[in-house]
Design a binder for this molecule. Structure first.
Ligand SMILES: Cc1cc2nc3c(=O)[nH]c(=O)nc-3n(C[C@H](O)[C@H](O)[C@H](O)COP(=O)(O)OP(=O)(O)OC[C@H]3O[C@@H](n4cnc5c(N)ncnc54)[C@H](O)[C@@H]3O)c2cc1C
Length: 466
């Protein structure tokens, strides 16, 4: 029998008065997330302020056999950071920027530092941390590492897997792994850092990361164009790569429904007069002063000549660029009030995006007449948010009830074309079972063996992954 009172007293003495809480006002914001889809409970909130305190916390929990859930900014959308009775370890007080080194082009941040803080610290020294996403003000480095976050510029810079050079972490046995390397080349066998990236807190608590910095960019241009279909968008992507090469920063597809909802919600003007069936937001950014506008004009001239785009607008100012981006970033927000949404965050080979959108739309509309398809996403990464709204005037409860069956239809189609059921956000509680079902059994067995080896009693975030 575990003497919980004794465990809490040990943790309290290690963590100090600011390092823990059982006060409901302090704890409850960490037990639900912004959409209120997940709600949880915890007997103890640990708030370590050093790696050593974090390690002692894990050791004490392991000795007592108590499961733990790590939490960063609580922006995850799949329930992985919300405890259901586990000890909650928050990185809120582990938020220092430890070092910025321009010779190495590296920034070392603690796990609880927000993405916005890291972006600001990089800009302050004339560099850039190029990962960006709409939750930057709250999402933390530890959470971004643990979900292998992507965002809008993956086609240029990659996901966290490509941007992390080293990690420091408390492993599930309570040992500290001091792996804050900053090497571009380290060819010494298995890569523990890559195992921890995307592990969603199951293989340890990340306490700090060394992050790759990139040069800052001198000039950028943003355009919104109209295209006839997802296939036309893919063709335009190929042309864009031919013309602007490495300087393509973002290439985002949005369907007409998504634009209409965002325009209505924001009270914004229609971006394109001809209201095309599909929109592409293109951003070109380059280190060459003032070069981006010319590049985007050259691209659009060629695209019109080839009949790839029907209409286009180039942002004439920073505020117009922001307004165009707001239509893209406000996509999830714009769905509020439209009823329960079947959300699918999937990836396909870029060459098969159009096939996926077409077949999945047809399959769902045949099975559930009237459902509204709201597809948008990062075309350059093959990442589509395939969201499905209830029919106009339809029964929202019936729509909600059909969610699981509908998702199976979507996932079957995506896997059939060599795609993935999760492109962003990780698996969490929401998708772990589905991922297990769709992955090759040999892969699942290998991954289970890795986890068992590091955490034989499955104490770290026990409800997620394999
Ligand atoms: C508006 C909005 C837009 C978003 N856009 C994107 C997007 O474009 N791309 C994208 O990839 N994601 C996106 N997300 C999802 C989310 O922001 C990311 O998943 C983010 O990486 C989570 O960071 P966090 O600090 O909030 O982690 P949390 O939500 O607190 O945790 C997420 C997971 O990581 C684990 N974890 C957290 N910290 C640690 C740690 N230190 N050590 C070990 N495990 C840890 C948790 O246990 C949980 O499993 C978006 C979310 C919102 C709300």
């Amino acid at each position: 029998m575990v003497d919980h009172g004794a465990v809490w007293r040990r943790l309290e003495s290690v963590l100090g008065p600011k390092g823990f809480s059982r006060d409901p006002d302090r704890v409850s914001p960490k037990l639900s997330e912004w959409r209120d889809r997940w709600r949880g409970q915890t007997p103890f909130l640990a708030l370590p302020s050093t790696t050593e305190e974090a390690a002692r916390t894990v050791q004490i929990c392991v000795e007592a056999g108590l499961p733990m859930t790590p939490q960063g900014g609580n922006t995850g959308l799949v329930g992985g950071q919300i405890p259901q009775g586990e000890v909650l370890i928050s990185t809120e007080r582990l938020s220092a920027i430890r070092e910025v080194n321009l010779a190495d082009d590296v920034l070392v941040a603690e796990a609880g530092a927000t993405l916005a803080a890291v972006q600001d610290a990089s800009a302050a020294v004339g560099r850039r941390f190029p990962l960006d996403l709409a939750s930057a003000g709250s999402a933390t480095i530890g959470g971004l590492v643990s979900t292998n976050a992507g965002g809008t510029a993956v086609l240029r810079y990659g996901t966290m897997r490509h941007l992390v050079l080293g990690l420091e972490a408390v492993l599930p046995n309570g040992e500290i792994w001091r792996g804050l390397r900053r090497l571009r080349k380290d060819n010494t066998g298995y890569d523990l850092k890559q195992l921890l990236i995307g592990a969603e807190g199951t293989l340890g608590l990340v306490t700090a990361a060394s992050l790759k910095l990139t040069p800052s960019l001198a000039s950028r241009a943003v355009a919104m164009v109209g295209v006839a279909s997802p296939q036309a968008a893919v063709n335009l992507l190929t042309l864009t790569r031919d013309i602007v090469g490495e300087d393509l920063e973002a290439f985002e597809l949005i369907g007409r429904l998504g634009i209409a909802l965002a325009v209505r919600r924001r009270g914004a003007p229609e971006p394109l007069r001809d209201c095309p069936p599909w929109y592409v937001l293109i951003e070109v950014a380059t280190a060459r002063t003032a070069a981006a506008p010319l590049m985007i004009e050259t691209l659009l001239t060629e695209a019109f000549d080839r009949g790839l785009v029907s209409d286009a607008v180039i942002a004439a100012s920073e505020s117009q660029a922001k307004a165009l981006w707001a239509l893209r970033e406000g996509q999830s927000e714009a769905q509020k009030g439209e009823g329960p949404v079947w959300k699918h965050d999937v990836a396909t080979p870029v060459s098969r995006i159009a096939e996926f959108v077409e077949t999945a739309s047809e399959a769902l509309q045949a099975r559930y007449p009237g459902v509204q398809i709201d597809a948008f996403g990062h075309v350059g990464d093959g990442n589509i948010h395939f969201d499905v709204l209830p029919p106009i005037g339809g029964d929202w409860n019936a729509h909600l009830a059909a969610r699981e069956e509908a998702s199976r239809i979507v996932y079957d189609l995506v896997v059939a074309i060599e795609g993935s059921i999760s492109a962003e956000h990780g698996l969490g509680v929401l998708k772990s079972d589905a991922a297990r079902a769709y992955k090759d059994p040999s892969e699942v067995h290998a991954l289970e063996a890795v986890r068992r080896a590091l955490d034989p009693r499955r104490l770290m975030n026990p409800r997620v992954l394999f």
